[in-house]
Design a protein around this ligand. Structure first.
Ligand code: ADP
Ligand code: MG
Length: 683
């Protein structure tokens, strides 16, 4: 037996003996072998693909213990319980434990009683733990949920990112990262922050053979409605995703369906979720808020009524179809105008850096050490920040400050509000003169406690108002609601609009990497561009998405998406030598404007259409295929792309470019061979 075979045989034995599984899931074996061979990996597999086993098994096969970092405390406990249930001793360290519980856990590791130590980031940083780590280095250091390290990920935890710079001892330990987030930039960022540039990407498990993807071009909302109607006639469990709450409600109204979005009350949400999980054939319209915890395996159709913001989001949402392994379809309705919605959202989610800086400066000015709660009313603040384009963008800026640990929201305080009087107090008092009511008492007491100019935008609680006025709290609340809009304005502060500056937040300048935020905006733009490219690709849809994630799939294609089905059925006619001569012209023409233009404009140029762009208007090949005919030229262009001579570039816009194969054919290094659509299927 070779060494590789020996490792393989014993890994399989451990799999069966300790985990009780017969064989490995896709991708597991290679990861395990590489880890055992000492390599450092960044492993990307979708949720549920079995990542834990990939590191647990090598740890079991080695002497010593494995250290697993995970930012999600609840998941950590589940994992530890699952291991212990299998008789594999595992312990964890997090801040919810007493210090004697923590020492006990460390002793179990040091003495070899336990093989797995799960640690939360904030414990990992503690000096006592650093000493322990130095004295007892693990045999493998695992960074689970590694996307949380990256700003580009969807669940950034600054705390998780910060731990790396401060811990020299980890340099000598084999380190592997695991995540389900497939974005290439996120992986790059993980490598950067872990300071392991050589970490090898291992992406696997994204193929979903039972899902058939299709994109349907829609000119109008009417087109979309007609398609949805057709799809719903199948009477199958279905989710229709929209990109806004308003649109979700509109679609639901159009077809008398239920809808789900983050604007529903908790109770409504719960009812809708129950409907979705219990009804035999639910159909639900939803925004991306619908997702977490949906485990219905028999969803047969997922329709996207609008284009999503990224392929990661798309694949995750569409991938909720067919969890049972039976055939299911994922349909994207592509109306080019929908791009505006996504651009709006992009702008909202990426407020300008000046806004963050300005907001932070404002907060610092408001801050006083004895009363650290600061009330922010985004609606009122808007005029102070001309660089914010909407209240929603201001809210999103506050969320970013929160995500970066600059502010924390206060959810404890109740009954807070802002009080102003609509007329001068003496005028108001005069109106109530001569009557003894709770209202008049309230007004006169307020007039005696406060001076006129203190009484605009007074931020206070009902309890305080009760103390000033001598009325009971319920009486104050009634008075406020009687007079609201008439003599005064009382705006109850929503919980969550009260902020506290954290310790980091009180530092100047603002402790956020603004360059990184700028880069995030660019990345979001590129991601949106890739959604467009997906819509216009002529190759297998699933192969396109998986290739984008970075999984190496060679010439694999799903065989069931709209394009695969079309290719199989219709690409049947071998190209004649006349066709091939024209095809060569296309490749030559493209070489000159490689990667600069989209399909429509390039095709228009070949056919001699006018173009405002000089490069196309004066292109030497302009009009060269006019006599060959528009339909046939388009057919040829599509065939060239489907057979790998051309491709859509990876930039923001879907531009055509020559592939390696196309270039080789052009230079005569390989022979140009093509199959074309049979004449009757020409569209
Ligand atoms: P991930 O972390 O990738 O989301 P988990 O590691 O939590 O996934 O594993 C998902 C499920 O797959 C678990 O219930 C696990 O027991 C199961 N599993 C893992 N490996 C195998 C295998 N080789 N055969 C069968 N089930 C497996
Ligand atoms: Mg996991």
């Amino acid at each position: 037996m070779t060494e590789g075979n020996t490792i393989r045989a014993s890994a399989t034995a451990v799999l069966q003996q300790y985990f009780g599984f017969r064989e490995f899931l896709a991708g597991q074996q290679e990861v395990i072998e590489r880890i055992l061979g000492g390599e450092e990996l960044c492993v990307v597999m979708p949720t549920g693909a079995g990542k834990s086993l990939c590191y647990q098994l090598p740890i079991l096969m080695r002497a010593g213990y494995g250290l697993i970092l995970s930012p999600l405390i609840s998941l950590m406990k589940d994992q530890v319980d699952a291991l212990n249930a299998k008789g594999l001793r595992a312990v964890f360290l997090n801040s919810s434990m007493t210090s004697s519980e923590q020492s006990q856990a460390m002793r179990a590791i040091a003495s070899g009683q336990a093989k797995f130590l799960y640690v939360a980031p904030e414990r990992f940083r503690a000096p006592i733990f650093q000493r322990f780590f130095f004295e007892h280095p693990p045999t493998l250091l695992v960074v689970d949920e590694a996307h949380c390290i990256s700003q580009w990920g969807h669940d950034f935890r600054p705390d998780y990112q910060r731990i790396w710079g401060q811990f020299p001892a980890i340099a000598n330990v084999q380190l592997c990262a695991f995540t389900a987030t497939a974005t290439p930039e996120v992986r790059e960022d993980i490598r950067l922050h872990l300071q392991r540039p050589g970490m090898l990407d291992m992406v696997s498990g994204f193929k979903r053979k039972n899902l058939s993807f299709s994109v349907i071009y829609c000119r109008s909302k009417g087109d979309k409605v007609a398609i949805v109607q057709r799809v719903l006639a199948q009477k199958q469990p279905t989710i229709i995703y929209t990109s806004s709450r308003k649109e979700a409600e509109w679609v639901a109204g159009e077809f008398s369906l239920r809808f789900y979005h983050a604007g529903l009350s908790n109770q409504e949400r719960k009812q809708t979720q129950d409907y979705f999980s219990q009804s035999p054939c639910p159909v639900l319209v939803a925004t991306n808020a619908f997702g977490m915890g949906i485990d219905r395996p028999d969803i047969r159709q997922v329709i996207h009524f609008n284009i999503p913001g990224s392929l990661e989001a798309y694949y995750q949402e569409a991938g909720r179809a067919g969890r049972d392994g039976e055939a299911a379809s994922c349909i994207l309705l592509n109306a080019p105008a929908d791009r505006h919605i996504q651009e709006y959202l992009l702008n909202l989610n990426n407020p300008p850096p000046e806004l963050l800086v300005g907001l932070h400066r404002y907060l610092l000015k408001q801050y006083t050490p004895d009363d650290s709660a600061i009330y922010l009313n985004p609606g009122k603040l808007l005029p102070l920040f001309p660089m914010a384009d909407s209240e929603s963008q201001l809210r999103s800026a506050i969320r970013i400050l929160e995500r970066h640990g600059i502010v924390e929201r206060s959810y404890q305080l109740g009954g807070q509000g802002e009080l102003s009087f609509l007329e001068p107090l003496p005028t108001l008092l005069a109106e109530h003169q001569g009557v003894q009511t709770q209202r008049s008492i309230f007004l006169s007491r307020m007039a005696s406690v406060f001076s006129e100019n203190q009484l605009s935008n007074l931020c206070c609680s009902i309890a305080e108002l009760s103390a000033y006025s001598g009325l009971r709290r319920d009486q104050v609340a009634r008075v406020l609601s009687h007079l609201n809009g008439e003599s005064l304005r009382w705006e109850a502060i929503e919980l969550g609009d009260l902020l506290h500056l954290t310790e980091i937040g009180r530092q100047e300048p603002l402790q956020i990497d603004l360059k990184a935020l700028k880069k995030k905006r660019e990345l979001d733009e590129t991601r949106l561009g890739r959604v467009q490219s997906y819509c216009y690709t002529r190759k297998c849809r699933q192969a396109y998405i998986i290739g984008y994630f970075g999984e190496k799939i060679g010439s694999w294609h799903c065989g069931c998406c709209d394009l695969c089905a079309g290719i199989n059925a219709n690409l049947s006619r071998p190209a004649s030598s006349a066709d091939l001569a024209q095809a060569k012209r296309i490749l030559q023409a493209l070489e000159l404007v490689d990667g600069e233009f989209g399909r429509r404009r390039f095709l228009g140029m070949l056919l001699g259409h006018d173009d405002s762009n000089m490069a196309l208007h004066q292109h030497p090949s302009r009009g060269r295929l006019k006599s060959y005919g528009e339909k046939r030229t388009e057919n040829l262009l599509n065939a060239l792309e489907m057979q790998g001579y051309l491709q859509i570039g990876s930039g923001e816009y879907p531009c055509l470019e020559l592939s390696r194969k196309g270039l080789d054919a052009l230079k005569g290094k390989i022979k140009l061979e093509l199959k074309l659509f049979s004449a009757k299927t020409l569209r």
